[in-house]
Write a protein that binds this ligand. Sequence first.
Ligand code: SAM
Length: 162
Amino acid sequence: MLAERGHDVTTIDSHSLIRILETKATWNEWGYLDYGLIDPRIRSFNVPYQDTEDNLALDVVVSVSVIEHVPNSVRKAWIRKAYRQLVSGGALLLTVDTVPFSRQLWNFSEGKQVEDPGVHGTVDDLARDLSETGFVVDSVEHRDWLPLTKIGMARFKAHKPL
Ligand SMILES: C[S@@+](CC[C@H](N)C(=O)[O-])C[C@H]1O[C@@H](n2cnc3c(N)ncnc32)[C@H](O)[C@@H]1O
C-alpha cells in the first residue's frame, strides 16, 4: 500500500524460514518474505535489524509486533539504531504485544521465553527508553486485552526532533 502511494519501502526480517508465494496457505506472521516478489518497488533484506546501516536518512521506521520479541538490551540498541537512521522530524511507529491485563511487554519468541520478566520491561520502560534516546514520544495507546486474542497491545508514535 505504501509503495503504491509512491513511497520507497524497505522491509527487514532476519528469520531463517524463507516464505515463498506457492505455499502462501501455510504462512503465519513468522518468517522472511521478499516483498519484491509482490511489488518490485519494495526492497527486502533477510538480515537482523541491528546489522542494518546507520545513515539511511529514513522518513519513517515502522515495527509491527517485533520489538517485544527481542531482549531488553537488543531493544535499546534498536531504538538507538532507528534514531540514527531517521532524518530530523522523522517518525518511529511501533506496535508492541503485551501480556494480557498488564503493562508487561510480551516475553516470548516463537514459544520460548525471551528473558526474565523483570528484565524484559513494560510499556512505560519502553516509553522511557525512547525519551532517553532523544525521541519525542507523541502518543502511547495501550489496550490491555484485544478480544479474541491472547495478547494486549500498545501503539507508540514518536519522532526525532528537528
Ligand atoms: C511476530 S512476527 C511479526 C512479523 C510482521 N511484522 C507481522 O506483523 O506479521 C516477528 C518477526 O520479527 C522477526 N525478527 C525477530 N528478530 C529480528 C531481528 N533481530 N531483526 C529482524 N527481524 C527480526 C522474526 O523473524 C519474525 O518474522
